[in-house]
Design a protein around this ligand. Structure first.
Ligand SMILES: [Zn+2]
Length: 152
């Protein structure tokens, strides 16, 4: 049994909304997915920076400095090491060329992100939100948003 999860996160990984903005945004997101009893929407405030990864949808990680492909095993090990405690910093030395970079600026295909707030729709029965829909979500939240589509 596998799941698809569509997550919406603030563009700024450290940003968190207040309760009212979160409620408003969750309602907007709920209106964008089919009404089905299997669709669950989780709204989560994370204490620390938490990875929102795309699971089996991850095909490649590109280095923004040298353009090389970063070994996805490196990424898997990193996620495992931080799965309980989250990330104190996103600063990282990339394994390909040793450049100092930030984990949220690596070139993830499909996208991955980091966040302290997340709205996750389980088995949304739809694909990516459109730009228009993302704008509506961002308006409700009062902050620009990104989306992650995970297969786990
Ligand atoms: Zn590199």
């Amino acid at each position: 049994m596998s799941d698809d999860v569509l997550s919406v996160i603030p563009a700024d990984p450290r940003w968190q909304p207040d309760q009212a903005a979160a409620d408003r945004t969750a309602a907007v997101v709920a209106g964008l997915v089919p009404r089905d009893e299997d669709v669950d929407i989780d709204v989560t405030w994370h204490e620390t920076l938490t990875v929102v990864d795309c699971g089996q949808n991850l095909e490649r990680i590109g280095c923004p400095q040298c353009g090389a492909s970063i070994d996805t095993e490196w990424w898997a090990d990193l996620l495992e090491a931080h799965c309980e405690s989250g990330f104190a910093t996103l600063a990282v030395e990339v394994p390909c060329c040793g450049a100092q970079s930030s984990l949220d600026s690596l070139d993830y295909d499909w996208p991955c992100g980091f966040a302290r707030f997340e709205i996750a729709v389980w088995n949304p029965e739809r694909a990516w939100l459109t730009d228009e829909e993302l704008t509506a979500v961002a308006d409700a939240l009062g902050h620009p948003v990104r989306q992650i589509l995970a297969h786990i």
